[in-house]
Design a protein around this ligand. Structure first.
Ligand SMILES: Nc1ncnc2c1ncn2[C@@H]1O[C@H](COP(=O)(O)OP(=O)(O)O)[C@@H](O)[C@H]1O
Ligand SMILES: C=C(OP(=O)(O)O)C(=O)O
Length: 662
């Protein structure tokens, strides 16, 4: 959609609201307090005796300086100082779980402006290829990369394709044009020189336009912000009369309606990915963007085609493909599209131009729920704080809309014009942040009263042990009121499965890959760190605890649940084609000796299918009396799970370690 515009001339200007200020490493940048509403809520859990105690040697922690201090990178651990300051000041539980995507445009493309957004909480920078030149996009994307490198941020880059929508020209560079009630305008497929363009004439980008429309059709600009009726057709020219006056903005989206239904004729055959989009995609791959959002997706096929194209062009690439849900076709094929994608965006702007506007809220809810079931991140986009393009505070209705999306536990919220060309990008970001913090806290407090809230997600994916373990780890974290879940993940998959459970505590995701770290930054509740780690889980844990503790990011007494998908045994049983098989796992287990396991694992609590099995080493042989479940107290050792034999379970399993720091 091209920028929609809310008339506001009838509203009197309002007083700017002063958000609390707090300065971080850059004294020039003043940002609102990341958590003005919350104070640390540390939970002292004295009832449960937990097995693993990791002692931290504070002396291990080097004091960083200069550039590395700005990046907060030491001992291979990378986190930005804003996250660090937030964790120290406000505690784990008060961190924001809902992520924020900001569209970067003329108002926010300079380095300092991007930095201010990153400091203010931007997790993903979105580039809309409808606007700007490739050179512009290249320069600005590189500024985001530079910011990440210099300051340790993990701001991901999302490229959003133009797609084959029907839209108006760029108004020859004018900011807007006013269409008055009853005026006659011509929409044409002829192209004009700016100097020779007749008055009230708009060029349309779709060649079949004049043939597809009929006299009497309604022509809607931006889903109805301005409305015309077709009165005459003269060759390539469509003559229209304005029936709902308003502002026409450059490259505004056009739809035409007949008998109150959207007309889908030859325009329905337009390719989802146009030749311009393919060039832009090549550009995105070359620039190493983290996400490509595909506009006007009609079927799963297009997503599959794009994914295999990316793999062919850039083998090993981690670029994730996001399906924009904004057309009738995308709703018809919703489940297949989401399954094929790495995430989805509820693009309410164009969606609201294609379906009756009153259906948009229920579609949003449905897409958000489906994405969670299918374990795909979901972004709610468009017009969240539209009035803040002009005004320093949002309307109450906008805050209610934002609250609803946060309450639905969407992974991310997106700013469009508010950050791209609005007058108050940082304030709009601050509103999303403070509303997120407030609603998330309120939701946690209310949760125990809500018996309908499914604390465990019902699965639409084939059952997997890692999924069950992540579900159980999250339940365990909630039950024990853990301060955080730590996850060590190479691919990010285990971190996603934990995020999907929306646990009460934040999830610290440690990954050795900077690109995975950026991708995880889109997902609910994940605080991604880059960490060089080995397959030695115990040493990874000790190192992380030392580093975080010495930086003051975790404290004595904090209760941490640890999930790791990195285990030596798993490495050992990889087949040549990197798949796992029960047979190879069985052989690897037979070959390995339990006695050679690290002593730490004698304190490991292994959680499978909701059952907590203690002391893996002893339990595989004989059960000892002290091997009771810390949650329910009972002693049960069942291995008849999922039809696997016990010996096969361990290598397929992720291990969960709960530990209270001292
Ligand atoms: N790269 C850019 N260059 C110039 N203007 C931009 C750019 N990106 C966004 N904008 C402006 O911000 C508005 C909102 O952005 P967005 O919602 O992404 O686009 P659209 O309105 O086309 O759906 C656009 O209509 C445009 O005016
Ligand atoms: C996000 C959207 O897409 P675009 O800005 O590309 O029109 C939308 O339509 O809501």
């Amino acid at each position: 959609m091209s920028g929609s515009f809310r008339f506001s001339s009838s509203l009197s200007p309002v007083q700017s609201r002063d958000f609390p200020k707090m300065s971080f490493f850059n004294p020039r940048i003043q940002v609102p307090n990341p958590a003005p509403l919350l104070k640390p809520t540390k939970t002292a859990n004295t009832k449960v005796v937990l097995p693993g105690i990791v002692r931290v040697a504070a002396s291990e922690m080097p004091v960083t300086a200069g550039k590395s201090a700005a990046m907060a990178e030491s001992g291979g651990l990378q986190v930005d100082l804003v996250t660090e300051a937030d964790l120290k000041e406000n505690g784990f539980r008060s961190t924001r779980r809902t992520k924020i995507v900001c569209t970067i445009g003329p108002r926010t493309c300079e380095f300092e402006e991007i930095e201010a957004l990153a400091v203010g909480g931007m997790n993903v920078a979105r580039f809309n290829m409808c606007h700007g030149t490739l050179e512009w996009h290249r320069d600005v994307i590189r500024r985001v990369r530079q910011l990440n490198e210099e300051k340790g941020f993990a701001v991901a880059v999302m490229m959003d394709t133009e797609g084959s929508e029907i839209h108006m020209d760029d108004l020859n560079g004018a900011e807007s044009a006013k269409a008055e009630d009853g005026e006659i305008w011509t929409f044409t497929v002829r192209a004009f020189d700016p100097s020779s363009c007749p008055e009230r004439t708009i060029t349309v980008n779709y060649d079949g336009f004049a043939e597809d429309v009929k006299i009497g059709d309604e022509l809607l600009v931006d889903g109805g912000m301005v409305r015309f009726v077709v009165t005459e057709k003269i060759g390539p020219d469509v003559i229209c009369q304005c029936t709902d006056p308003g502002l026409l903005l450059p490259r505004a989206n056009l739809t035409f309606w007949r008998n109150e239904s959207l007309v889908q004729e030859r325009n329905a055959m337009l390719p989802t990915i146009s030749s311009k989009d393919w060039l832009d995609i090549d550009f995105g791959i070359a620039e190493g963007v983290d996400f490509i959002a595909v506009s006007f997706v009609k079927s799963a096929e297009v997503i599959k085609t794009l994914k295999s194209y990316i793999t062919a062009r850039s083998p090993g690439s981690k670029i994730a493909v996001i399906a924009k849900i904004e057309s009738i076709d995308s709703l018809i094929n919703l489940e297949e599209i989401i399954k094929a994608s790495d995430g989805a965006m509820v693009a309410r702007g164009d969606l609201g131009a294609q379906i009756p506007i009153e259906q948009v809220p229920s579609v949003q809810k449905k897409v958000v729920q489906l994405c969670r079931q299918l374990n795909k991140p979901v972004i709610v986009a468009s017009q969240l704080l539209e009035s803040m393009i002009e005004y320093p505070i949002p309307t109450r209705a906008e805050v209610a809309d934002v609250s609803e999306a946060i309450g639905q536990q969407a992974d991310a919220l997106m700013l469009s014009s508010e950050s791209a060309m609005g007058q108050y990008p940082e304030k709009a970001l601050a509103v999303l942040r403070s509303v997120s913090l407030r609603i998330e806290k309120w939701r946690r407090e209310e949760k125990h009263l809500d018996t309908t809230d499914p604390s465990v997600v019902s699965s639409s994916t084939p059952p997997s042990i890692s999924e069950e373990i992540c579900n159980t780890a999250s339940q365990m974290a909630n039950k024990l009121k853990a301060d955080a879940i730590f996850v060590y993940t190479k691919t990010g998959q285990t971190a996603s499965l934990l995020s999907r459970n929306r646990p009460d505590c934040p999830i610290f995701a440690f990954t050795p890959s900077t690109s995975i770290r950026r991708c995880l930054n889109l997902q609910w509740g994940l605080i991604p760190f880059r960490l060089d780690f080995s397959d030695e889980v115990e040493s990874n844990l000790n190192r992380t605890f030392s580093l975080l503790k010495a930086r003051g990011m975790i404290n004595s007494g904090d209760l941490i649940i640890v999930v790791s998908d990195v285990l030596q045994s798993i490495q050992a049983i990889k087949n040549a084609d990197h798949s796992f098989s029960i047979e190879s796992a069985y052989k690897a287990m037979q070959a390995s000796s339990w006695e050679s396991c690290s002593p730490l694992w004698s304190r490991v609590w292994l959680v499978l299918k909701g059952r907590i099995m203690t002391n893996l080493m002893r339990s595989t042989r004989s059960l000892s009396d002290d091997a009771s479940c810390p949650v329910c107290g009972s002693v049960h050792m069942t291995f008849a799970i999922s039809g696997y034999s016990p010996i096969c379970l361990a290598p397929f399993s992720l291990k969960i370690l709960s530990t209270r720091l001292d």
